[in-house]
Design a protein around this ligand. Sequence first.
Ligand code: G
Ligand code: G
Ligand code: MN
Ligand code: NA
Length: 256
Amino acid sequence: GEIEHELRNAVSNHELSLMFQPKINLATGALAGAETLLRWYNPRLGQVSPGDFIPLAEGSGEILTLGRWVLEETIRQTAQWYRAGLTGGHCRMAVNVAARQLTRPDLAEEILALLTEHGLPSHCLEVEVTESGLMEDMEQARRQLKQLADAGVSVAIDDFGTGYSSLAYLKDLPVSTLKIDRTFINAMGEHQQDQNLVRTVIAMAHNFGCAVVAEGIEAPDQARTLLELGCELAQGFWFARPMQAAQFEQICRQPP
Ligand code: G
Ligand code: G
Ligand code: MN
Ligand code: NA
């Protein structure tokens, strides 16, 4: 299709950019980091949503080229902020890694080489993987994530709870963060059962030694409830929308 055709030249034509969505420490309100989100503007197609082009890129294999660009651009930008003293050990950048990237035998080496090249400490980076991404080739994923974690890169499970997968993988993987999917956060106000579900996920995460990020917080009462339930971190429109690098830099400059 036309989108796939145009996507093939997106990197070389400089059509990609990154947005940064802050993550907030719920107890203190301090900035804890950000998730980088890919954006694509094509002169013929206009702005194309990642919800539309990421699945196509996964199917065509182009996700490897896009994913490599996202990793390098995230690490380059974060290293620049790190050198400027804007993002310390408290501020970690999280990058989405697709299934097709996770099944590559040299993913971890590639990421660690980028960190070295740009002079960014490994603790400043987190990779976000989905449950379905893990399931594609569990053995390879385990190998790559272990190599990254051993080197100090954090591993987060994205969209947690939506994967219909067995939870057994949690005990075998070096996961440090669970991100509760926003559909559960959304439903929390309306149904007691959904609040119980979120409470249970938080307790389970803590039992595995993981921190919890609640995604898609859009209202202050959700933030209050999640703090009461022991959730550490929050990401959502109530706190901040995905923003350009220049705006994120401004936020980093503000005292907590
Ligand atoms: O930014 P937005 O909420 O529109 O993202 C829609 C979807 O695209 C989300 O599921 C998000 O995880 C995914 N996405 C955004 N940026 C990236 C990226 O750099 N890599 C991958 N693999 N997925 C991304
Ligand atoms: O699947 P992933 O968690 O990577 O998706 C991130 C996507 O979620 C981004 O596209 C971002 O724009 C979106 N997002 C972030 N915060 C909120 C929110 O509070 N509400 C909604 N509806 N979407 C959000
Ligand atoms: Mn994500
Ligand atoms: Na998510």
